[in-house]
Write a new protein. Structure first.
Length: 178
């Protein structure tokens, strides 16, 4: 494993320290970005250390105090830029005032799909590997209603990302959806 990937792994584990994933028997949050990196490497056959490093760091801007400036200071610019590109924008409080939970889900989905539509191919790779990990977890932790919505949203994502980005990750996602 490259020094860059090892550095990203150290930052990932430190940044997510004390955070846990959902579920009845939660695991440390860092297990998720590690799985995303493994999805890229083992299913997607990605060997580019900057993309693998970005996979390990993909949630730090959303879930931790780490900033884009921190990433740019510690990693090649491309790593931070990829992490930024896959970081979701959440609706503001003003945007969701008076909305039902279903309407908020619709708005969040719309924002997500708009973001994916304009992502680079490398960001699409990260998004596929991330979504595969999240889909597997959703099957274990979400209610039937929430899982059905998540699977629908996943199908919409797959329609946006060109298959040639990574056929093996697409196949893995489609298998999880069956």
């Amino acid at each position: 494993m490259s020094n860059l990937v090892m550095q990203a792994l150290r930052v990932c584990v430190a940044a997510h320290e004390g955070q846990w994933r959902d579920g009845e028997h939660p695991v440390p949050y860092a297990c998720h970005p590690i799985e995303v990196m493994q999805n890229l490497r083992l299913i997607g056959c990605v060997t580019d250390p900057e993309i693998l490093a970005a996979a390990l760091l993909h949630d730090v801007l959303e879930e931790t105090p780490v900033t884009l400036e921190d990433l740019h200071a510690e990693f090649p610019r491309r790593v931070g830029d990829l992490v930024k590109e896959v970081t979701r924008r959440e609706p503001t409080g003003d945007e969701i005032i008076g909305m039902s939970k279903h309407e908020i889900w619709g708005l969040r989905t719309s924002i997500l799909l708009d973001e994916i539509h304009v992502m680079s191919g490398e960001a699409h790779l990260l998004k596929l590997a991330d979504r595969l990990s999240n889909l597997r977890e959703a099957k274990r932790t979400r209610s039937e209603k929430k899982l059905t919505r998540y699977q629908l949203q996943t199908r919409w994502i797959l329609e946006l990302i060109p298959r040639e980005v990574c056929p093996s990750l697409m196949d893995a996602m489609e298998k999880e959806l069956d």
